[in-house]
Design a protein around this ligand. Structure first.
Ligand code: FAD
Ligand code: NAD
Length: 471
């Protein structure tokens, strides 16, 4: 049965981009429908991304700490055993609680939720193949494409999610593998590699570039976190390209080549995690039916107001330009609905924080040192190590540092890069400072509570405009 009533907004995809836009549209009084095929709201982030990975990161860190880091804290523990089933159940409970929470928010804000796969029938009509069988169609004055992304496959190594896995398989392994090779030392490789390394797997990360961390991470910070992860037991092969793979034997074999043309080598492991990036997902959307084109990386082409060439069809989140981050998708969702409702919206793409939830965490916002150098922008640097911070010392968790980059003339903050405990929370302060155009002296003259890790942030600012007190 088709719906006859025209909606103000029809959203295809109920991930972070789609569901936030739906709630915002409901709040703005728009008649809105959200179509999602997964059977649960929240998309990659809630179901197989941010949330389940952080659950496993948190609990594997606790397990690892209890095994290796209790004696000097005056805690004697007995037999410590891993119950992987229970750890996975804890993860599933967090996920289902949050996805159901969004269904509740949909009801609260009057959002219609259709479980099914949406395809463009025309520029205003979306046909939906319902998950429960049958079909319907929805007509919208405005349409928002928010279909997200998927793991980029490695040619010749087909995913089976047990031996050759994407991040989704890495969130659901049934036992701890004896060995794991991670292809790609970006955020997914390092987060999921950390989880399985802490739980007992021998993890080797093979990275094509000469630095880990993926795009955006400051060189100095990347070197520092690599050293710390190595100390925790992870192995790294940098400047090394995986050329081909073979999964016919008991172990998976990978042919690797030095990126600089050194000797080729064969590596093998029980499980291979392919983490070489994600690509926009628009399959089955029927973009060809409305003449919408993708760029050479499969992204839906949009203008600065998220409009495709059909100005009532917009696109946001992972399936278009920009970093593939949940909070970026969320900002765009609010802005896109504001454009529709009010004609103006805003996202500051220069001030989007990144966090890698390893231990210690890595977090940054703004420009890094290599970017400033490449752009010939003058800068000054201030550093403060957590080993000189009282709270980090009392917590016996002193690895890492805060690094600030600022304009030498105006002292305006240009970027902040943190490797250290709770870096992911601390970066919010740097983000606010950057958004408001603060100078490092502004930050340094702001009173920070003692003893807190955030004092390292203040002292890095002091070191940038003058001198730190405690270092
Ligand atoms: P998605 O979340 O992918 O949602 C798109 C939705 O659209 C999907 O649910 C899909 O089923 C649906 N869909 C697609 N086509 C159709 C169709 N035709 N009809 C109906 N529905 C359709 N980001 C962070 O900021 N922080 C993190 O800690 C973080 N951790 C991550 C960990 C992992 C392992 C992964 C894989 C990603 C992580 N990300 C993280 C990235 C984050 O998940 C994405 O940036 C975010 O989910 C993008 O949101 P989106 O709504 O654009 O796309
Ligand atoms: P990425 O782009 O961060 O890293 C991929 C890495 O793989 C790069 O360093 C690249 O040089 C390397 N690589 C590519 N081909 C290779 C080959 N043949 N051999 C060896 N190395 C190779 O991608 P990702 O880690 O897969 O993450 C995908 C997306 O998900 C990212 O955009 C990321 O921001 C997002 N994500 C974010 C978080 C977070 O915010 N905490 C967590 C997970 C994922």
């Amino acid at each position: 049965a088709s719906q006859t009533e025209e909606k103000d907004l029809v959203i295809i995809g109920g991930g972070v981009a789609g569901y936030v836009a739906a709630i915002k549209a409901g709040q703005e009084g728009l008649k809105v429908t959200c179509i999602e095929k997964r059977g649960a709201l929240g998309g990659t982030c809630l179901n197989v991304g941010c949330i389940p990975s952080k659950s496993l990161l948190n609990n594997s860190h606790m397990y690892h700490s209890i095994l290796h880091d209790t004696k000097n804290r005056g805690i004697d523990v007995g037999d410590v055993k891993l119950n992987l089933d229970a750890m996975m159940k804890a993860k599933d409970t967090s996920v289902s609680g949050l996805t159901k929470g969004i269904e509740f928010l949909f009801k609260k804000n009057g959002v219609e939720y259709i479980k099914g796969t949406g395809t463009f029938a025309s520029e205003n009509e979306i046909k939906v193949a319902l998950n429960d069988g049958g079909e319907t169609s929805v007509v919208g004055k405005n349409i928002l494409i928010a279909t997200g992304s998927e793991s980029t496959p490695f040619p010749g190594l087909e995913f089976d999610e047990e031996r050759v896995i994407t991040s989704t398989g890495a969130l659901a392994l049934k036992k701890v593998p004896e060995s794991m090779i991670v292809i790609g030392g970006g955020i997914i490789g390092l987060e999921m590699g950390s989880v399985w390394s802490r739980l007992g797997a021998k993890v080797t990360v093979v990275e094509f570039l000469n630095q880990i961390g993926g795009p955006g991470m400051d060189n100095e910070v990347a070197k520092s976190i690599q050293k710390l992860l190595k100390k925790q037991g992870m192995e790294f092969k940098l400047g090394t390209k995986v050329v081909s793979g073979d999964k016919t034997g008991e172990k998976i074999k990978l042919e690797v080549d030095s990126a600089k043309g050194g000797k080729p080598e064969t590596l093998d492991a029980e499980v291979v995690l392919v983490a070489i990036g994600r690509r926009p997902y628009t399959a089955g959307l029927g973009l060809e039916n409305i003449g919408l084109e993708l760029d050479d990386r499969g992204r839906v082409v949009i203008d600065s107001e998220y409009r495709t060439k059909h100005s009532h069809i917009r696109c946001i989140g992972d399936c278009t330009f920009g970093p593939m981050l949940a909070h970026k998708a969320e900002e765009e969702a609010v802005a896109a609905v504001e454009y529709i409702k009010k004609g103006y919206g805003h996202v500051n793409y220069g001030v989007i924080p990144s966090v890698m939830y390893t231990h210690p965490e890595v977090a940054w916002v703004g420009q890094n040192e290599q970017e400033l150098k490449a752009a010939n922008i003058p800068y000054k640097v201030g550093n403060f190590p957590f080993s000189a911070n009282s709270r980090a010392k009392t917590n016996l968790d002193t690895d890492g540092m805060v690094k600030m980059l600022a304009d030498p003339e105006t002292d305006r903050l240009l970027g902040c890069h943190i490797v250290g405990p709770n870096a992911g929370e601390m970066i919010a302060e740097a983000t606010l400072a950057l958004e408001y155009g603060a100078s490092t002296e502004d930050i340094a003259r702001t009173c920070h509570a003692h003893p807190t890790l955030a004092e390292a942030f203040k002292e890095a600012a002091m070191a940038t405009y003058s001198k730190a007190i405690h270092y």
